[in-house]
Write a protein that binds this ligand. Sequence first.
Ligand code: SF4
Length: 203
Amino acid sequence: MEIQASKKAKGLDGGAAPCALGGDTPLPPAYWGERSGLACLDTVVSDVWTEGYSHHITRLMILSNLATLLDVSPRELTDWFWVAYTDAYDWVVEPNVLGMGTYALAGLMTTKPYVSGAAYINRMSDYCSLCPFNPKTDCPFTSLYWAFLARHEAVLKTNPRLRMPMASLRKRAASRRKQDQEVYKRVKEILEKGDKVTPKNLL
Ligand code: SF4
């Protein structure tokens, strides 16, 4: 299997830069401690900077999920894990972030990208109760999820484990797909500036 490599990201120490989905967005300042307005991300990032550690599930469900949904450079996210975590060993960080967290290695280690919208995060955690967004109505994660599937539809549509979400995507109204794309652009723009996303400035 030939895996696309990022043309931009080289890695802090020349680490491998596989990039199956072509993500090259810079890692937002929110990962370095700026408040993003997304309670799940801000809580996990704050915990990581305090403890140098977080549970495996938050590494995937929040940190890698959001980065993947925003098409962040997998190499840049991986380098962040090296800096942020006290248990950052090469045999943990490289496969976990490049292989599992971001799908940078395509199907080499996982059968599908580990991405989700707000319903999953709400079911698996209690972050949403602290958040100005409502996971059932206006949480940007859900639009980011659908926008991600739409952007990468050509690559993901043949993945048997994504048959159901891709079928739902095809049934999604054009107006909602347009809104998903607008939310993606807006969240990226706000976070890249180091600003907070709020229910008022999102659309
Ligand atoms: S509502 Fe959305 S942004 Fe807020 S904590 Fe839940 S999943 Fe995260």
